[in-house]
Design a protein around this ligand. Structure first.
Ligand code: NDP
Length: 324
């Protein structure tokens, strides 16, 4: 029987409940897929708690990335056929054994990329793609800073930056996470739960500061991120794991003539050309072994409440996968 995990209303992890579903037959331009692996992301927590606005009044199926097999196709989109291995990232709807979605959101999975790797990388890896090529396009020899370096986005970013010849400094909470981040390619990793990470970054850059900060932590780090940027540096504020960074003011940018951007993946994936090109780049770095997707032991889909609790308690590292 097909089932989904539903949040009946915004709330804590305990509100998530399993419901049997009858996935709709695909209409024009749609595809029905059976999930083989589903990725968990911090954005799922923002939606579950209601800190991101809900697209429906009630009964939201969370989850924004997955991989699977095409079971049926509607009229009008000839790129996919039953049996194809596919992957996608779209906001919500992924915590389910099956789902129907627009075919234009899917990409083909190459043979040398596993379903779990794709489910752990479509949202996080494509995010890293746009962060380091678009939000601040890194140059070989740059030094940049990435917060939460042992997390899902963080571990992919460290490896991809290293592959591009960029010196990446990471921050992470605790010694174990710092070790993992080092293994993920960071040149230096600072435990931002102990000591003064702003001073540490300044020391590591001989007082000059970094070319860009990729800040997905938000309220706890935003002002420090501004303080460690070099003249004309770029602050990329792309998340708020510790809360929305609302203490920020435009006048803060005057300290070093800084640039600020607050990007979102789904504005990039709205272009199918961008999606297919960026996914091909991502699958290439995975297949070549330059970026490993650390998925750990997958959890059963119906145990997702435990996974959410661990993610919020900062107990996870790398990408977390659910198996239907
Ligand atoms: P992570 O696996 O990185 O988990 C979040 C990490 O944030 C934690 O492990 C923790 O690492 C750190 N953190 C710091 N403060 C807190 C806090 N108060 N509560 C919980 N965690 C905290 O998650 P993802 O890889 O899924 O996402 C990373 C960030 O990227 C998120 O902010 C997410 O919203 C953002 N994002 C943004 C996208 C966009 O397009 N704008 C797309 C994808 C992700 P530590 O213990 O080391 O501090």
């Amino acid at each position: 029987m097909a089932y989904a995990i539903v949040a009946p209303r915004p709330g804590g992890a305990e509100i998530l409940e399993r419901r049997d579903i009858d996935p709709p037959r695909p209409k024009n331009g749609e595809v029905l897929i059976r999930h083989t692996a589903i990725g968990v992301n911090f954005i799922d927590v923002y939606f579950r708690t209601g800190s991101y606005p809900w697209p429906v009044e009630r009964d939201l199926v969370l989850g924004s990335e997955g991989a699977g097999v095409v079971e049926a196709v509607g009229e009008g989109f000839t790129e996919f056929k039953p049996g194809d291995r596919v992957a996608y990232t779209v906001p919500n709807g992924a915590y389910a054994t099956h789902r129907t979605l627009p075919a234009a959101a899917l990409v083909h999975l190459p043979e040398n990329v596993k379903d779990e790797q794709a489910a752990g990388a479509m949202l996080k890896g494509l995010t890293v793609h746009y962060l380091i090529h678009h939000s601040y396009a890194v140059q070989k020899g740059d030094t940049v800073l990435v917060h939460a370096a042992a997390g899902g986005v963080g571990q992919i970013a460290g490896q991809w930056l290293k592959a591009k010849g960029v010196r990446a400094i990471g921050t992470a909470g605790g010694a174990k996470k710092c070790t993992l981040a080092k293994e993920a390619g960071y040149d230096a990793v600072i435990d931002y739960n102990s000591g003064d990470w702003v001073e540490e970054v300044k020391k590591l850059t001989d007082g000059e500061g970094v070319a860009a900060v990729y800040d997905g932590v938000g309220t706890d780090t935003i002002l420090g991120s501004i303080a460690v940027l070099r003249r004309f540096g770029t602050l990329v504020s792309f998340g708020q794991a510790s809360g929305a960074p609302d203490q920020f003011r435009i006048s803060h940018l005057a300290s070093n003539s800084l640039r600020l951007t607050r990007p979102t993946l789904f504005h990039h994936t709205a272009s199918r050309d961008w999606l297919t090109g960026a996914a091909a780049d991502l699958f290439a770095v995975i297949a070549e072994g330059r970026v490993r997707i650390e998925t750990g032991t997958p959890s059963p889909l119906d145990k997702v409440a435990e996974v959410h609790a661990a993610l919020e308690a900062r107990k996870t590292t790398g990408s977390t996968i659910l198996m239907p």
